[in-house]
Design a protein. Structure first.
Ligand code: C5P
Length: 308
């Protein structure tokens, strides 16, 4: 088929945590202005685009992820990525797209956004479209507020509704223990609850200077002190068990626990790899079913050798 590669293309994209998530009062379009600092962490989904005559999507997940919670129809970000990228090039894109999910669904880790970003890169390469970086970022922003960051990766400042990203200096290697929940939390619902709890939220979201300064020290203790998430209060109010989980992790020795993004995943910052493994073991002994260890910052959506 003209213009379609013959070999599959695999692209890996990482989960994110928000080291700082400052939220302002809702804008006229309903979105909230953000000042956020994203960090990509080593918990990744792989998206493989195979040549095909039409556009289809298949999903495989690790057993503790609820595959049923992922839309596999036109609402899926992979599907929308194909449509928007095709529209940009004035054509319909085809491909059999396989998503291998390791990032929890509706977890506050931008797993869907990672898949959308990976699909853009995979389909661009499969069809040899040579889309410019600026065009990819613009399409990513149309897909969702977190999708541009999933392309860029590393550690980055996000403004606007989160879609305007700019890499920031990050000299450390940061170790995280990640505790997903079995049941996801709806991002719009958490934002709506923020509005109820914070009718006085400022127009300009709280800035990230303290966090950016802490990042530059490279010291986990400094970063732990500076972590900030305005969506934590509404997320914990909707799911009080998240507050208990944070307390448990901190009493087991975490430097600090916070809700990731809009939750319900809770992430704990640790001193080192060994410390993270010890904390993960301790949390599992308290009965926590799924406990992951990852470090950051890692790369944004990137090609990996095809699976054999
Ligand atoms: O941009 P995205 O599709 O990821 O956003 C999902 C939902 O989260 C939005 O429809 C909106 O309700 C909420 N949101 C928001 N302000 C943001 C980002 C997301 O209110 N900055």
């Amino acid at each position: 088929m003209i213009g379609v590669g013959t070999t599959p293309v695999t692209v890996r994209a990482a989960a994110k945590v928000n080291l700082h998530l400052g939220v302002g009062a809702p804008r006229e379009d309903g979105f909230h202005p953000l000042t956020t600092v994203y960090q990509a962490v080593g918990l990744c989904d792989d998206v493989t685009a195979h040549p095909a005559d039409d556009l289809t999507l298949t999903l495989t997940t690790t057993d503790w992820i609820d595959a049923g919670a992922v839309p596999v129809d036109g609402d899926n970000l992979v599907h929308r990525a194909a449509v928007l990228l095709g529209r940009h090039h004035g054509r319909e894109l085809t491909g059999r797209v396989e998503v291998e999910k390791a990032i929890p669904v509706a977890g506050g880790l931008a797993g869907g956004s990672a898949d959308g970003a990976a699909a853009l890169v995979a389909l661009d390469r499969l069809h040899d479209l040579r889309t410019t970086d600026d065009a990819l970022l613009a399409i990513a922003a149309e897909l969702g507020s977190d999708v541009p960051f999933a392309l860029v990766g590393g550690t980055a400042l996000g403004t606007g509704r989160g879609e305007l990203v700019e890499p920031v200096s990050d000299v450390g290697t940061w170790w995280w223990v990640i505790v997903p929940s079995r049941q996801g939390l709806s991002t719009p619902e958490v934002y709506r609850h923020f509005d109820r709890l914070r009718p006085d939220a400022p127009e300009t979201p709280p800035g990230a200077d303290v966090l950016l300064g802490a990042l530059r020290t490279g010291q986990p203790v400094s970063l732990a002190r500076a972590l900030h998430n305005d969506l934590q209060e509404p997320a914990v109010d909707l799911r009080p068990e998240l507050g208990l989980l944070i307390d448990r992790g901190e009493s087991e020795g975490a430097l600090r626990g916070i809700v990731s993004g809009s939750g319900p995943t809770v992430v704990f910052l640790c001193e080192s790899a060994d410390h993270a493994r010890d904390l993960a073991g301790a949390l599992m002994r308290t009965g926590q079913e799924v406990v992951l260890v990852a470090n950051g910052a890692v790369a944004g959506a990137h090609l990996v050798p095809s699976h054999v």
